[in-house]
Design a protein around this ligand. Structure first.
Ligand SMILES: NC(=O)c1ccc[n+]([C@@H]2O[C@H](COP(=O)([O-])OP(=O)(O)OC[C@H]3O[C@@H](n4cnc5c(N)ncnc54)[C@H](O)[C@@H]3O)[C@@H](O)[C@H]2O)c1
Length: 365
């Protein structure tokens, strides 16, 4: 919708993997929305902008090759992965589905571009979780290492803490290899957790609302805390809550992708950009939600729970994120107003909240 509203010809393809897993795991979003073609029709009715849609599985090479050949895009924005860390840690079948889906889509996409549209710029969604939480500053994709008196520039070391994040590490290696080998144009966006449910296009009609999950499988932490505040249950902080990550508003993820599309990557080296605007610990976020909720006369409590994950709860975290700022990113920071806007919207759907699906149902051990 963001690109169509700015005059681009957009083709959107999805196989409903996310909706399927949400149903299978009882993780329905807070606000239910119609399917892709219905949403595109609704968007056209409200805005006058057309989006072509297709339901298909991009892990099937024929589907990927056909769509790239038919539409010959200038750019492909590749979101199509199983994006839940907890789901990928559930058991063998879920791990295998995550590994196969994510790597197959990336692999097929690279080959479809190489075979039929080598000028196409691929914008691939990676994650800041690829880097993990090393005890040194995190650079933007690359680091120069001096060893025994000689220097070389390498991909920054990665150490993910879920299988999902590990599939993103493997994607980055595939992209790096194919860019070096076939001179493709690729941008890998290392994105942090996204919050928010409002964009100018999504706000045209309630049925255009983005997927808003608040469960332990798909819900990102800000979304979960906002829903817990409205439901009147304690905000669940895993362990000490010192886990620090780089976050960004939904508006900024769209801005970043548009900036990347408008300035395509050079050939020969994979362009990596760290995509977040500010860092918070989990405890910082809980405090911020608590203080915003006070303005709605909601008294929020914060509860530390046993951590279902294997991760550091207290660590150094200093990632560079200058690449997108240089391209022109104007951040929308997390403010009380942003949180209050989310809380008001969630309050309107309070009856849909199922508090049983917020607390962890999946453990790493
Ligand atoms: N949301 C976040 O906070 C966040 C943070 C970092 C990275 N990311 C990455 O950004 C991308 C989008 O994330 P999201 O939260 O919007 O997830 P999402 O699940 O809402 O979007 C991914 C879409 O891809 C589709 N898909 C998956 N496999 C497919 C396949 N084989 N064929 C066709 N469609 C397929 C899904 O059905 C879903 O609609 C993902 O790659 C995710 O890993 C998201």
């Amino acid at each position: 919708m963001h690109f169509a509203a700015r005059g681009h010809n957009v083709v959107a393809i999805d196989n409903y993997l996310r909706r399927t897993i949400a149903k299978e795991t009882d993780s329905e979003p807070l606000i239910s929305t119609p399917g892709l073609p219905e949403r595109a029709g609704l968007f056209e009715e409200k805005s006058g902008h057309k989006i072509e849609t297709k339901i298909g599985d991009l892990s099937d090479p024929d589907v990927m090759f056909d769509i790239v050949k038919q539409s010959m895009p200038d750019a492909i924005v590749h979101y199509a992965e199983q994006p839940s860390g907890p789901y990928s840690m559930k058991a063998f079948d879920e791990a295998r589905r995550t590994l196969q889906n994510n790597l197959d889509v990336t692999f097929n996409c690279i080959w479809a571009i190489k075979e039929s549209n080598p000028d196409c710029h691929l914008i691939k969604l990676g994650t800041m979780g690829e880097y993990g939480t090393p005890n040194i500053d995190i650079e933007e994709g690359y680091i120069t290492i001096t060893h025994n008196g000689r220097k070389h520039r390498f991909l920054f070391p990665r150490a993910a803490s879920t299988l999902y994040h590990t599939t993103k590490v493997l994607d980055t290696d595939l992209l790096s290899f194919y860019v070096r080998t076939y001179d493709l144009r690729v941008t890998d966006l290392m994105q942090g957790p996204v919050y928010g449910l409002s964009t100018p296009e999504a706000d045209l009609d309630p049925r255009l609302c983005p997927n808003f999950h608040y469960d332990d499988i798909f819900g990102t932490v800000v979304n979960r805390f906002v829903v817990q505040a409205i439901a009147g249950v304690p905000l669940s902080v895993y362990g000490k809550g010192g886990q620090t990550r780089g976050y960004l508003n939904l508006l900024d993820t769209l801005q970043c992708i548009e900036l990347a599309v408008n300035e395509p990557a050079n050939r020969q080296q994979l362009r990596i950009l760290n995509q977040f605007t500010e860092t918070f610990s989990v405890v910082d976020l809980a405090q911020q939600v608590k203080s915003a909720a006070k303005q709605m006369d909601i008294d929020v409590t914060i509860e530390h729970q046993e951590n279902p994950r294997k991760e550091m709860e207290d660590h150094y975290y200093n990632p560079v994120h200058t690449g997108l700022t240089k391209l022109g990113l104007k951040p929308n920071y997390l403010s009380d107003d942003v949180l209050l806007g989310m809380m008001k919207r969630v309050k309107a759907h309070k009856d849909n909240i199922d508090t049983r699906i917020i607390n962890p149902r999946i453990r790493w051990s």
